[in-house]
Design a protein around this ligand. Structure first.
Ligand SMILES: Nc1nc2c(ncn2[C@@H]2O[C@H](COP(=O)(O)OP(=O)(O)OP(=O)(O)O)[C@@H](O)[C@H]2O)c(=O)[nH]1
Length: 344
């Protein structure tokens, strides 16, 4: 038992990203505390609205069969889940059949960000001790991983995590597409169901630094990142890629819709009050993400569209495919000086 426990701790702390960590926690809990269900819920929001994502579920079907369920946003979270996240306390409820539902809070820097739900036929005290201990190990390690994934200044995801998150999104997209095809008797994919990548770059940011100093420049970067987090959905991925360059990844939607959303964001930036700087604008390059794309090629496409926006007056947005179609840029003449994309 002791050796198995140690091996489980090693397994949990061997992981290098948050998603694998969740998976290790759930499989470990299932190994030591046989449950009917174990689920991981994340509180995605920190800007007023509370958005709960169920990021992983292991459900006991019957006769030793288990089913994994994929990530989804929870439209109507259970009140116990919300109480657990609000109070940072363990909540336990037993139904008439004696089945116990237990929510355990996980905090990063004293802020509850995750709740682990365990459904079981009453846990013994030694099982409860194990459950609590694994949750604390998970909490400590999650804090470390969270810090490693984030940009120190803005709190957005950092560039090093881009490829991993991108691949995960595509895997999910392929899974969803397959399920969609199955449900629709293998009808063709809907043409509008693409994810989108936006490369956002502040215009003339060097002047901000030169005129008002780097501290002011940092403040501008921080405010812009906060505005992004407030403006876009919590499930959209937002990265600070380098100095004044940000990369956003949006889940599948129509091109008109993402264009409208990004144009509204550019308006929002124009109307935002930044310290010292009277007006600030951004240029945006957009690229479509298809399920089998390489991260680097999508980035390069968005970078070419951004480069075009910069060279044609700034404060504008362009889609790579539109520019290629109109002949404004060629997909093959990638000028290596412009496309200085580097994943790390
Ligand atoms: N304050 C601050 N400045 C940074 C940071 N990282 C990069 N920069 C600055 O960002 C500026 C980027 O300048 P450029 O690449 O010339 O771009 P730009 O002035 O925004 O011009 P365009 O992009 O062509 O509109 C440089 O002055 C960098 O020193 C940072 O973390 N904080």
């Amino acid at each position: 038992m002791q050796e198995e426990l140690l091996n489980s701790v090693i397994k949990i702390t061997k992981t290098r990203d948050v998603n694998s960590l969740e998976y290790s926690l759930v499989t470990t809990l299932q190994e030591f505390i046989q449950c009917q269900e174990i689920a991981v819920y994340k509180d995605l929001q920190d800007f007023g609205r509370r958005v709960i994502e169920c990021s992983l579920v292991l459900h006991h079907e019957n006769a030793g069969q288990y089913q994994w369920h994929d990530t989804h946003i929870v439209e109507s979270p259970e009140s116990e889940l919300l109480s657990c996240l609000q109070s940072a306390c363990i909540i336990t409820v037993q139904n008439n059949n004696g089945i116990e539902h237990r929510w355990l809070p996980i905090s990063i820097f004293d802020k509850p960000v995750v709740a682990i739900k365990v459904v079981s036929n009453h846990l013994s005290s030694s099982q409860q001790v194990l459950l609590n201990a694994f949750c604390r190990i998970y909490e400590n390690y999650l804090t470390i991983l969270h810090e490693n994934e984030r940009d120190k200044l803005t709190g957005l995801l950092n560039r090093q995590t881009f490829e991993r998150k991108f691949k995960r999104l595509l895997e999910k997209q392929v899974r969803n597409q397959k399920a969609h095809n199955r449900d629709n008797n293998n009808r063709k994919r809907q043409p509008e169901s693409y994810s989108w990548l936006a490369m956002v770059d502040i215009d003339h940011f060097k002047q901000v630094n030169d005129n008002y100093g780097h501290v002011c420049g940092d403040e501008v970067l921080l405010i812009l990142a906060q505005q992004m987090r407030g403006f876009f959905r919590a499930s959209d991925l937002m990265f600070r890629f380098g100095g004044e360059e940000f990369v956003l990844i949006f889940e599948p939607c129509k091109q008109e819709d993402i264009n409208e959303k990004m144009q509204a964001f550019m308006d929002h930036v124009r109307n935002t009050h930044f310290p010292f700087v009277k007006t600030l604008t951004v240029s945006v390059g957009m690229a479509r993400i298809s399920p089998y794309d390489f991260p680097i090629s999508v980035l390069e496409n968005a970078d070419k569209a951004l480069y075009y926006a910069k060279n044609n007056g700034r404060d504008q947005l362009h889609f790579f495919d539109d520019l290629v179609q109109s002949g404004a840029i060629s997909p093959d003449n990638a000028n290596q000086d412009e496309g200085d994309i580097d994943l790390f």
